[in-house]
Design a protein around this ligand. Structure first.
Ligand SMILES: Cc1cc2nc3c(=O)[nH]c(=O)nc-3n(C[C@H](O)[C@H](O)[C@H](O)COP(=O)(O)OP(=O)(O)OC[C@H]3O[C@@H](n4cnc5c(N)ncnc54)[C@H](O)[C@@H]3O)c2cc1C
Length: 386
C-alpha cells in the first residue's frame, strides 16, 4: 500500500500531454551494514532465579491486552484523536469527501467536495476573492494530481465545500477516475493556487473562454462585478455544454444577415437583438449558464456574455474579439485603468488565440503573444493566457 502523502507535483495541461508526469515514491528499507563491521550477538539473559517463565509470558500478553484496551477506550471517548480537524498530509493534501456530482452535459459534471474534518483548505480568505484560483486533486493509484479551477461559491454553499466543473477527457487519467468515483469517496485536495491576481484598477475585460475555461471567467465576473466592463465570449463544442445560454450581443458571424444587422453595442461589439436562441430556452438550463446569468445580474449592467457552439457553426471570430477591444464603453464613468484580454481553455484553444504558454526554469510562464491575436491591434491591452 502506498503511504497517504506523497510529494506530488503540479501537472498542467501541457505537462499532462507531453509527459504524463507520474511521480512515484520509492521505499528503500535497506539495512546498512558497513564493510568489516561485525554483527553483535549477545547471549540470551537467563531468567531471574525463582521466576516462572510461563507466568512471565502470561503477564506480558496480559499487559499488551490492557494497553490496547485503554487505547481503544480513549479513541472512543475522544473521537479520532485529531480533535476533529482535517488532517493535512506532508505534501499538503487535505481529505475531502465527494458529496455531489451534478451532470452538466454528457462530458462534464459539477463536483461538490466537502472537507472530511471540521476545516478544509483556506479558500475563504480575502485576497482570494480577487484572484483566479485552482486546487489540485489527487489520483491515488497513479499518484498524480491535476489542477481544477474553483467555481465561485453559491450563496447557499457551505463554507467548507468546494465546487469544480470537470470535463471527462477522452483517455484522460484523472478526469475519468474522478467521473467514475461513487459518492462519499474520499478525495485528497491540495491548494489553493493563485493562477492570476486580478488588479484593483482593472477597467475593462474581454474573456475568450473555451469549454471549462469559462470557470475563471466566472471568478473574474464575480470579483469585478459592477467595477469593470466584462465581456465573455464562451465557445463550446456542443450546445449541451451551454444549454439555454442566450447571447447578449454578438452572434452569428457566419451569416450575411449578422453583418447587415450588426450595430455597435455598449461593449463595442455588434448586436443582433432580434436573434435570441429561443429554441434552447425550453430545455433544462445548464447550471453553469444559470450561474453566469446570476453573476451577470450582479454586474450592474456591465457584464455581457455571448455563446458560440462549434456544432452550430458559430465560432468566435477574430473580428468579434477585436471589435470588443476597439469599442468604447459608454456606460463606464471611469475610462482609466487596465484592460485585460483573457484567453482561457484547453491547450489548443489558448495556442490558437494567443500562442502556447512556455516553460522557463521549471515554471510555466506566459510566453510571447502568438496565435491569431498576434495579428490584431491590441494596443493598450494586456493578454493573459490561462
Ligand atoms: C490551472 C489549471 C486549471 C484547470 N482547470 C480545469 C477545470 O476547471 N476543469 C477541467 O475539466 N479541467 C481543468 N484543467 C485541466 C485539468 O488539469 C486536466 O489537465 C484535465 O482534467 C485532463 O487531465 P487527465 O488526467 O484526465 O488527462 P491526461 O491523462 O492528462 O490526458 C489529457 C489528454 O491527453 C491525452 N494523452 C495523454 N497522454 C498522451 C500521450 N502520451 N500521447 C497522446 N495523447 C495523450 C489523453 O488522451 C487526453 O485526451 C485545468 C488545468 C490547469 C493547468
Amino acid at each position: 500500500m502506498r503511504p497517504p502523502s506523497l510529494p506530488l507535483q503540479s501537472c498542467t495541461r501541457l505537462v499532462a500531454r507531453n509527459t504524463p508526469a507520474r511521480i512515484y515514491q520509492r521505499h528503500f528499507s535497506q539495512a546498512i551494514c558497513k564493510r568489516g563491521q561485525q554483527p553483535r550477538y549477545e547471549p540470551p539473559k537467563p531468567p531471574p532465579k525463582g521466576s516462572d517463565p510461563r507466568l512471565a509470558r502470561f503477564a506480558k500478553v496480559f499487559g499488551i491486552f490492557i494497553g490496547i484496551s485503554i487505547a481503544f477506550a480513549y479513541r472512543a471517548v475522544k473521537g479520532t484523536g485529531d480533535g476533529g480537524k482535517t488532517p493535512v498530509s506532508a505534501a499538503g493534501f487535505v481529505r475531502y469527501n465527494l458529496v455531489g456530482r451534478e451532470q452538466v452535459s454528457s462530458t462534464s459534471s459539477i463536483f461538490t467536495l466537502r472537507a472530511a474534518g471540521t476545516t478544509g483548505l483556506d479558500i475563504d480568505v480575502d485576497f482570494l476573492q480577487r484572484a483566479i484560483t485552482s486546487v489540485q486533486l489527487k489520483q491515488p493509484q497513479l499518484q498524480i494530481a491535476r489542477s481544477y479551477t474553483l467555481l465561485p461559491p453559491l450563496p447557499d454553499q457551505r463554507a467548507s465545500d468546494i465546487r469544480l466543473l470537470i470535463r471527462r477527457e477522452e483517455g484522460g487519467e484523472v478526469s475519468n477516475y474522478l467521473h467514475r468515483l461513487p459518492l462519499a469517496t474520499e478525495i485528497e485536495v491540495r491548494g489553493p493556487n493563485v493562477e492570476y491576481a486580478i488588479p484593483q484598477d482593472v477597467h475593462k475585460v474581454v474573456f475568450l473562454a473555451g469549454g471549462t475555461g469559462v470557470v475563471p471567467a466566472l471568478q473574474v465576473v464575480k470579483a469585478v462585478a459592477g467595477e469593470a466592463d466584462v465581456h465573455v465570449l464562451w465557445a463550446n463544442r456542443r450546445r449541451e455544454d451551454c444549454q439555454s445560454g442566450v447571447s447578449d450581443t454578438v452572434q452569428p458571424s457566419n451569416t450575411w444577415m449578422a453583418t447587415l444587422l450588426g450595430i455597435v453595442s455598449p461593449f463595442g461589439g455588434s448586436i443582433t437583438p432580434t436573434n435570441p436562441q429561443v429554441t434552447e430556452v425550453t430545455t433544462t438550463p445548464s447550471p453553469i449558464v444559470t450561474h453566469l446569468q446570476d453573476l451577470k445580474a450582479s454586474g450592474a449592467g456591465r457584464v455581457a456574455v455571448d455563446y458560440f457552439v462549434d456544432d452550430e457553426d458559430t465560432r468566435i471570430a477574430l473580428r468579434d474579439a477585436t471589435k470588443l477591444v476597439r469599442g468604447s464603453f459608454s456606460t463606464a464613468a471611469n475610462t482609466n485603468g487596465r484592460k485585460i484580454l483573457f484567453v482561457s481553455g484547453p491547450e489548443g484553444f489558448v495556442k490558437h488565440w494567443a500562442g502556447p504558454k512556455v516553460w522557463a526554469n521549471g515554471v510555466e510562464v506566459q510566453g510571447p503573444l502568438g496565435g491569431v491575436l498576434a495579428t490584431a491591434d491590441l494596443k493598450g491591452w494586456e493578454v493573459v493566457k490561462l
